[in-house]
Design a protein around this ligand. Structure first.
Ligand code: PFF
Length: 453
């Protein structure tokens, strides 16, 4: 990154796209996407999810990027700069809080991925029952806790060093590799006997299974996977040069992220059915099915090792964007050094991440609406706080900052996609109404189903 007025800036267009794509593509595309799609009916979920991505995700991504670039500030500072002396900074604060909580459980799951990398390297595909391997790991208390600590330490190290050139270079090399490995997994999964039922599950929508909860989950997933609703892209946009083309950049990030999720679906669901798993088996789905697919592949150990390594790297490039949101705010507002901010914030996030680890062992009696602790963190942030942040951002742009101001900043004469009147209608009416309806009805559905109303 270069410097302007003392603030770091991305040195190249590719640097920004890669960082934003690195933030978007992560555990959300493989681990979270597959298990929520599995629980919410497969193809019908996919259908609603794709609509949410196009209608809500893409315009909001461009909006967040432009708020950051315009103000050159962290999310809280950005809202106060555009609407001084108003309570709108609270939307930024909600985002910083979401980033804080998301990273605390994200790091736990990333720790699972790192543990599996080591397992693959030391020969786990000889073990027959991958469900037992997974449950054994998450209930073992110390091992997942240590991996959580290691992953947080890595994240803190990168952020403390500034956004190192190294990460950009690493990501550029490793993300295409992750993509290729996923494609290899798709091929193996599809050629397993009995995989056709998985393809049907993922591609033939059964709308009779759709409830308000399906919509809620799909909208939440589109926010989570695109890193929206919490200011990650406001923060990354704040390091962006004035002449960058936001509408196209956002299009690239959304397209790439969606492609990875869909490919992951094709890698996982055929295998789930071929191996006789239940697609609704929850947060362990990818961790229980993929090792079994590797076991069926020539050089499976090697592929398994590479896959979980790359998944860990993808998680790391997302985690740094989560930590950067909070750290950027502490640096801007409190004037702390980057290292002090990263270490302090990272340590507190590690502590907040301890209950989700213990929720599978010592604290397994604690549940909320039937969710374990990790799922509770995930639900409250990914399903409630992110869409709420997005909703408030739309109202802010539509009625306070004004869509015409955003459009002026987003459009670029060299751009392929041009934002016009349609954007105004989407941002001020369609998106906020859609999110509000989905939130109210979906939450009612979840709560009433739990209490049997
Ligand atoms: N988008 C990331 C993923 O799909 O794994 C998760 C994430 C990163 C969410 C950054 C929110 C965020 F600000």
């Amino acid at each position: 990154m270069g410097q302007q007025n003392g603030r770091e800036q991305w040195t190249s267009k590719l640097g920004f796209i890669l960082a934003a794509a690195g933030s978007a593509v992560g555990l959300g595309n493989i681990w979270r996407f597959s298990y929520v799609a599995g629980e919410q009916g497969g193809a019908a979920f996919l259908f609603i999810y794709l609509i949410a991505i196009a209608l809500i995700g893409y315009p909001l991504m461009a909006t967040e990027m432009v708020i950051g670039r315009k103000t050159q500030k962290n999310p809280i500072g950005a809202f106060s700069a555009l609407a001084p002396n108003t309570p709108w900074w609270l939307v930024g604060a909600l985002g910083v809080l979401s980033g804080f909580v998301i990273l605390s459980f994200y790091s736990v799951v990333a720790g699972w991925a790192m543990h599996y990398t080591v397992l693959a390297a030391t020969g786990f595909s000889s073990t027959a029952d991958y469900v037992d391997v997974f449950l054994g790991h998450i209930t073992s208390t110390w091992v997942p806790l240590i991996w959580h600590a290691i992953f947080m330490a890595l994240t803190v190290g990168i952020i403390a060093a500034g956004v190192v050139k190294g990460i950009q270079r690493t990501v550029r090399l490793l993300m295409p590799l992750l993509f290729l490995l996923l494609v290899a997994l798709v091929v193996r999964g599809l050629t397993l006997p009995g995989s056709g039922a998985g393809v049907a599950f993922f591609l033939t929508p059964d709308f009779s299974a759709v409830t308000a909860r399906t919509f809620l989950t799909a909208v939440g997933q589109s926010f989570f996977t695109l890193s929206l609703g919490m200011g990650a892209l406001i923060t990354y946009g704040s390091y962006l040069k004035q002449d960058e083309n936001i509408s196209d950049n956002a299009g690239w990030v959304v397209g790439l992220d969606t492609l990875v999720a869909v490919i992951a679906g094709f890698a996982i669901f055929p295998a789930v059915f071929a191996l006789g798993f239940d697609p609704a088996s929850g947060a362990g789905l990818a961790f229980m099915t993929l090792p079994a697919v590797f076991a069926e592949m020539p050089a499976g150990l090697f592929f398994g090792f590479m896959f979980f390594l790359l998944l860990s790297v993808a998680a790391l490039t997302s985690a740094i964007s989560l930590l950067e949101v909070v750290v950027a705010w502490v640096i801007d507002e409190k004037g702390w050094s980057r290292a002090k901010a990263a270490i302090t914030v990272g340590s507190v996030i590690f502590l907040v991440g301890i209950p989700p680890v213990l929720g599978f062992s010592t604290l397994s009696h604690i549940t909320f609406l039937g969710f374990d602790i990790l799922d509770t963190y995930d639900f409250i942030t990914g399903v409630v706080m992110l869409p709420l942040g997005g909703l408030l951002t739309c109202i802010f742009v539509g009625y306070v900052w004004r869509a015409s101001n955003a459009t002026k900043e987003i459009n670029n004469p060299r751009g392929i996609i041009n934002f016009g009147g349609w954007y105004n209608i989407l941002i001020s009416v369609v998106i906020p109404v859609a999110i509000a309806v989905v939130l109210v009805m979906g939450l009612y559905d979840v709560v009433s189903a739990h209490y049997g109303w």
